[in-house]
Design a protein around this ligand. Structure first.
Ligand SMILES: *Cc1c(COP(=O)(O)O)cnc(C)c1O
Length: 355
């Protein structure tokens, strides 16, 4: 079975370093666990590193983390669905939310469960993901403050996600200004002014005006050590806490170019041999790896060895192993990005091993 090797010491290191750097700027971290499917071992590592606030987009993940006794506050970082409100109230402490009608139902459900559910109201700052338009915020807040089952505990926004809009001095200041107006108008304290995600790293390190922002929601930077607007490696962090490992199940010299008429490949994509990249030139040492698109996006893997990923089907990844001396059964190791990690964590055919 292919496996994902997870180095907990590296994740712990990343979490601790980021916490130090963020603490110095008076910014708390909500560690985002969704890409790991709320993996208990990883979540526990992050909590042990000192981050006691965990965000996940899937209530099932939060339920599992909570029930296993992970000692943190849990935030549902996706707008809750009406059909899931009872488990949202039962397992999450806080939700990110932008629909008044849902907040109202959430309040009713909280009252039914004898609880208060925290909400962070998301504001649209240009990226066009979830968020209320700033002009409608006043009205929403005045209504929300009357809901008995709700604790209004913050305002949030998100960047570099749906549209790819960059958090910069202008929109971050605007976000703080909007928050300030709400605070003053309703004379309230906000526990969370949550200004974005790992893409805010450059802004955080360079800005002279953090404004009212006091929290960021951080997944990628802790797990993979990348952040900022170009997802650059963050200095002092590990970028290889996760390694994808798959074994060679076939290794043969094959013609460098296919035989026969070429149409599209398994997923209806243009054949890689139509791109002009591959020439007819003798033979190639070609390996098939045990693992395919059901498990991982091969385009998002980076081989640790000098080899080249050619293409993948549901079940195989085809590799040009060049002149390397492998044999059937040998394992190949790969670095990966966020999207590859998401698929690998989600595949039941990839085992997870911790070191
Ligand atoms: C996934 C997610 C994050 C974390 O983003 P990273 O870029 O991985 O830090 C933050 N906020 C929300 C709302 C998310 O959905």
């Amino acid at each position: 079975m292919p496996y994902l090797e997870i180095d907990l010491k590296k994740i712990c290191h990343n979490a601790k370093i980021l916490k130090q750097r963020f603490d110095a700027k008076k910014i708390s971290i909500m560690a985002v666990t969704k890409v790991t499917l709320g993996n208990l071992t990883i979540a526990k590592t992050i909590v042990d590193a000192g981050i006691k606030l965990l965000g996940d987009s899937r209530i099932e993940n939060i339920k599992r983390m909570k029930e296993s006794g992970i000692n943190a506050q849990f935030v549902l970082i996706r707008s809750p669905a009406l059909s899931e409100l009872s488990s949202v109230v039962e397992y999450a402490d806080i939700s990110l939310i932008s629909e008044l009608s849902v907040i109202e139902k959430l309040s009713e459900e909280s009252i039914r469960q004898n609880k208060k559910h925290g909400i962070i109201v998301m504001v649209e700052m240009g990226d066009l993901r979830e968020g209320i338009m700033p002009k409608d915020l006043d009205n929403l807040v005045s209504r929300v403050l009357k809901f008995k089952g709700i604790e209004f505990c913050g305002i949030g926004t998100n960047f570099k996600c749906f549209a790819g809009v960059v958090p910069d001095e202008r929109n971050m200041k605007e976000f703080s200004d909007i928050t300030e107006k709400i605070k003053n108008k309703f004379n309230i304290k906000l526990k969370f002014v949550s200004g974005g995600n790992s893409a805010n790293y450059d802004w955080l390190m360079s800005t002279k005006n953090i404004g009212l922002v006091n929290n960021l929601r951080i997944g990628t930077a802790i797990l993979l050590g990348y952040g900022g607007i170009n997802e650059d490696p963050i200095p002092g962090l590990y970028h290889d806490a996760f390694t994808f490992v798959a074994e060679i199940v076939e290794l043969k010299k094959k013609p460098s170019f296919p035989t026969g008429t070429i149409a599209t490949s398994a997923f209806g994509e243009p054949s890689i041999f139509q791109s002009g990249k591959y020439k007819k030139s003798g033979e190639r040492n070609q390996a098939l790896l045990y693992g395919g698109r059901q498990d991982v996006l091969e385009k998002k893997l980076i081989p640790r060895d000098d080899i080249e990923i050619m293409n993948a089907t549901s079940d195989y990844i085809g590799i040009d192993v060049k002149s390397n001396n492998y044999k059937v059964g040998d394992e190949l190791r790969f670095d990966l990005d966020y999207e590859a990690l998401l698929h690998l964590m989600t595949s039941p055919f990839v085992s997870k091993t911790f070191i």
